[in-house]
Design a protein around this ligand. Structure first.
Ligand code: MN
Length: 735
C-alpha cells in the first residue's frame, strides 16, 4: 500500500495542534515554545519509525501527552516528558541531550521512564526487581508513574495490531499491576478503561455481549433516571443547590465480575448503574451542601440503613470523597445514589493530579484536611517498604499488590489518635502500626474495652488498646492473621533473625557430634547429612537438629548408610525451557491435537480447556507445555510473572480425542426434568456422561454434569439445547 506522506504530515500536525489547544489552560508563559521544541525533537527522532499498525510512530507520544493533559490533568513538564518518553530508549538521542535541551526535571522523568520500560520483558525475578525500581521512582517523582500509566493506556487502546501472544501478555500485566496502580492513585476513569480493555482481549465474546446489552438498556436507564429525579429536583432547587444529575453504568469489567461471582446473567444484576448528584458548591459549603442533598433524597426515597458511606468526613486514602447511599426507588428497586461536589468528582475521575491541583490552590479553610495526608501517607509507606533492602523483589511485589487492593479500616488509640490500616487488619496489625516493639511483644488487645485475641479483626471506629508482655515473641502463626505489609515484614524479620539463632545452635550441636565420631565438618559431610535426612538446605538441617526433630545420635547414621548419588537423567531435565520455547515459537506456535507435534503437552486442570476455547501454552519446567484457557483464573498470574514462558497455541482442525467439560444447570424442579436433561445429552452423538450430580431443594433443581465432548462448538450446541428444556433457568459452563 502506498503511503500518502503529505496527508500523514497534515494528520500529525492536526493531532499536535489539538494537544496544544487542550493544554492551553495549564500553560504558563514560555511553555508553548518548549512544547514546540519537544514535539519537533520527538518528530525528528522517530521520523523513520512506524508502529505495528503501520501508523507513524509519533502518533504514540502525541497520544500519551494528550492523555497526560486531558485525562490525568498533568502540566507542561509532564507533557514535554510524555512527548519525549520513548526517544532515549528507541532512538539515538541520549539522556544528556534531553538534559541539555529540556533541563534536569524532564531528563529525570525520562530517565525514570526508560529504566522501568522493561519491567516485564524478562524473567520473573528480574521483572519483580524492575517493578520495584519503578515503584522506587514513585518516591522521587509520581509523574513518572502517571506518564507510564498514560503510555500503558494508549498501548492498551491500540492493542489490536499486536500479535495474539503479545496481546495476552500486555493485557495480563495491565490487570496485574497497572489497573490496581491507577486505582490506588485515584485515577478511576483510567483504571476502569484498563480493566475493560483487559476483558476485551481475554474474553472478547463476553465483553461484546455485555457492552451490547448496556447499549440496549440505555433508553430504559435514561427513563428510570428522569422518573427518579422528578420529585427531588424541586426540593434541590428550593434549597438553593446548583446541581447536575447523571446515571453512570457500572464498567463492563465489574459487571462481568459480578456475573461470574454470583453466577447470574446480565439481566439479573440490579445495580447496573448509580445515580450521581454533582453539586456546584462554594468551598466552605461543600460538606453541608452534600448532606443537604442527602437529606432531600432520603425525604423522598427510603435509604437502606447499612449502606450509607461517608467518604467526605473521612476520605479514602487515594483521595476519593463522596457520599453514597442506597435507596428504594418508586419501582421497588434499590438504587445507589452518589452525592459529591464538582471538585470531588474531578478528583474521583482524574485522581492524583487533580488532587494536587486543588491542594496547590489557596486553601480557603486554612486547615489541612486528612485527605491531603492520605495519599502522602501511602507513598510514605511504600517508600518504607522499598527501602528495606533485604526483602526479595518477589515478596515485595506480592506485598505491594496486597497494598494496592486494600481499602482501609480506621481505628483509634486510647488517646484518640487515628490509625489507618488495610481492610481486614487485626489487633496485631494495629500493634505493629504503632511501633515494632509493641507489635513484637503484643499479647492481646482491648477493643472498645473488651478483651480480644491478637487475631481479632478491627472494624471502623474501634478503639484499640494493645496489651504487651516482655516474654511474648512472634511465631510463624502470626503471619496467618496480619494483613498490613508493615506487620508482615517485621514479623518475617524477627522470624528470620530467630531462625538464624536457632540454626546457629543446631550447627554447633552437629559440630560437636561430628568431632565425637571423628568426622570432619566439610562440604562432603554436609552433603551426606543433607541427603540422608532429606533436608532442603543446611539451614533446614541445623534447625531440625536444634529442635530435636533430628536427634544428635541419628547423625552418625548418615555416615553409615550407602551413598546415594542423584543422577541427572534426561527425564529430570525434561525441558530446557529456553530451547523449547524458542523451538516452538520458531515453528509458528504450538498446534495441539496434531499428532505430528513432538512437544509434550497436557491440559491444565484448573480450567480444562476444550478445542475451540481461546487458549495459550505455558512452558512448565517438569511437565512440558500446559494448555490453559485465556480466561483461566491463573492466567493473569502466569502471564504477568512468567510472560516469556507463554507460547502461542492453536487448535488443529481435527481431533478425535474427547475432552472433559462440565455443565451447571439450574431450574425449577419438576417430575421428569432429569430425564429431559439426559435425553438431550444422549441424543448428541459422541457425548458421554462421566458424572452427574443432581440436587433439589425447595423446588429448585440444580445439576452438575461432567461430560466428554469433541469440541467447544459441540459443547455450545449442547448448552443451547439444554436451555430449551422447560423449567431450566440457566445453563453455564463450570471451570
Ligand atoms: Mn511508549
Amino acid at each position: 500500500m502506498e503511503i500518502d506522506l503529505e496527508k500523514e504530515n497534515k494528520e500529525i500536525l492536526r493531532r499536535y495542534r489539538k494537544l496544544l489547544r487542550d493544554a492551553k489552560p495549564i500553560m504558563q508563559e514560555g511553555d508553548p515554545l518548549i512544547i514546540k521544541k519537544a514535539f519537533y525533537t520527538a518528530l525528528e527522532a522517530h521520523k523513520d519509525m512506524r508502529r505495528k499498525s503501520g501508523e507513524p510512530y509519533i502518533y504514540h507520544p502525541i497520544a500519551v501527552a494528550q492523555i497526560a493533559v486531558e485525562e490525568i490533568g498533568l502540566g507542561t513538564t509532564s507533557l514535554v516528558a510524555a512527548l519525549l518518553h520513548d526517544v532515549v530508549e528507541d532512538t539515538s538521542l541520549e539522556l544528556r541531550d534531553i538534559k541539555r535541551d529540556f533541563g534536569p526535571k524532564v531528563a529525570k522523568i525520562i530517565d525514570g521512564l526508560t529504566k522501568i520500560s522493561g519491567v516485564f520483558d524478562s524473567r520473573s525475578s528480574l521483572q519483580a526487581e524492575n517493578f520495584r525500581k519503578m515503584i522506587l521512582t514513585l518516591s522521587d517523582d509520581v509523574r513518572v508513574i502517571l506518564i507510564k500509566l498514560a503510555d500503558r493506556l494508549h498501548n492498551m487502546r491500540t492493542l489490536d495490531s499486536m500479535p495474539r501472544d503479545k496481546q495476552l501478555k500486555i493485557a495480563s500485566e495491565t490487570i496485574f499491576l497497572y489497573a490496581p496502580l491507577a486505582h490506588r492513585l485515584g485515577l478511576y476513569a483510567i483504571k476502569t478503561e484498563l480493566e475493560d480493555l483487559y476483558l476485551k482481549y481475554t474474553n472478547t465474546e463476553r465483553y461484546n455481549s455485555i457492552s451490547q446489552k448496556i447499549k440496549q438498556t440505555q433508553a430504559a436507564r435514561d427513563k428510570f433516571i428522569s422518573d427518579f429525579i422528578i420529585p427531588i429536583k424541586d426540593s434541590l432547587n428550593k434549597a438553593g443547590l446548583k446541581f447536575t444529575i447523571k446515571g453512570r453504568p457500572k464498567s463492563i469489567f465489574s459487571i462481568n465480575k459480578k456475573m461470574d461471582k454470583q453466577g447470574i446473567p446480565f439481566e439479573q444484576i440490579y445495580d447496573l448503574f448509580a445515580i450521581r448528584i454533582i453539586l456546584d458548591s462554594e468551598p466552605e459549603e461543600e460538606k453541608s451542601d452534600c448532606w443537604k442533598a442527602y437529606s432531600i433524597v432520603t425525604d423522598f426515597y427510603k435509604p437502606s440503613p447499612d449502606r450509607l458511606r461517608d467518604w467526605i468526613s473521612t476520605p479514602k486514602a487515594n483521595g476519593y470523597e463522596s457520599l453514597h447511599t442506597t435507596v428504594m426507588s418508586g419501582t421497588g428497586q434499590w438504587v445507589e445514589v452518589q452525592i459529591r461536589t464538582h471538585r470531588m468528582d474531578d478528583i474521583a475521575e482524574k485522581g492524583y493530579a487533580a488532587h494536587w491541583k486543588y491542594k496547590e490552590a489557596p486553601n480557603t479553610t486554612g486547615k489541612a484536611t486528612p485527605k491531603q495526608n492520605g495519599l502522602e501517607q501511602w507513598i510514605q509507606k511504600v517508600r518504607e517498604m522499598i527501602e528495606r533492602n533485604d526483602y526479595s523483589a518477589l515478596e515485595f511485589v506480592a506485598d505491594f499488590r496486597q497494598n494496592l487492593f486494600n481499602e482501609e479500616v480506621f481505628a483509634f488509640t486510647p488517646k484518640g489518635k487515628l490509625v489507618t490500616l488495610p481492610n481486614g487488619s487485626t489487633a496485631l496489625d494495629f500493634a505493629f502500626e504503632i511501633h515494632t516493639e509493641i507489635g513484637v511483644h503484643c499479647l492481646g488487645a482491648k477493643v472498645n474495652q473488651k478483651l480480644v485475641p491478637l487475631s481479632h479483626k478491627l472494624n471502623n471506629g474501634d478503639q484499640v488498646e494493645i496489651l504487651t508482655s516482655a516474654k511474648q515473641k512472634p511465631s510463624e502463626d502470626w503471619l496467618k492473621f496480619v494483613v498490613s505489609s508493615k506487620a508482615r515484614a517485621r514479623i518475617k524479620d524477627y522470624l528470620k533473625d530467630d531462625r538464624k539463632k536457632i540454626a546457629a545452635e543446631g550447627k554447633s550441636i552437629i559440630e560437636r557430634k561430628l568431632k565425637q565420631i571423628k568426622k570432619d565438618f566439610n562440604a562432603e559431610s554436609l552433603q551426606k547429612m543433607l541427603a540422608y535426612f532429606n533436608a532442603k538446605n543446611a539451614i533446614e538441617l541445623y534447625i531440625d537438629v536444634a529442635r530435636e526433630i533430628i536427634e544428635p545420635k541419628e547423625i552418625k547414621r548418615a555416615f553409615e548408610a550407602p551413598v546415594i548419588v542423584k543422577k541427572i537423567t534426561e527425564e529430570s531435565i525434561a525441558i530446557n525451557p529456553d530451547a523449547a520455547i524458542k523451538q516452538i515459537q520458531d515453528s509458528g506456535g504450538l498446534v495441539i491435537g496434531d499428532n505430528l507435534q513432538s512437544v509434550d503437552y497436557s491440559y491444565a486442570k484448573c480450567c480444562n480447556p476444550i478445542p475451540g476455547d481461546d487458549v495459550f501454552g505455558f512452558v512448565s519446567v517438569s511437565e512440558g507445555v500446559k494448555i490453559h484457557r485465556t480466561s483461566c483464573p491463573n492466567a493473569v498470574e502466569l502471564m504477568s510473572h512468567y510472560g516469556y514462558r507463554v507460547i502461542k497455541v492453536r487448535w488443529a482442525n481435527q481431533t478425535d480425542l474427547p475432552f472433559q467439560a462440565g455443565i451447571y444447570l439450574k431450574g425449577a424442579d419438576r417430575m421428569g426434568i432429569v430425564n429431559d436433561v439426559t435425553r438431550v445429552i444422549s441424543n448428541e452423538l459422541k457425548v458421554n456422561i462421566r458424572s452427574i450430580l443432581i440436587n433439589t431443594n425447595d423446588g429448585v433443581f440444580e445439576g452438575k454434569i461432567t461430560l466428554d465432548v469433541q469440541d467447544g462448538r459441540q459443547f455450545d450446541r449442547l448448552c443451547m439445547k439444554m436451555k430449551t428444556i422447560p423449567d431450566i433457568i440457566s445453563v453455564s459452563r463450570i471451570i
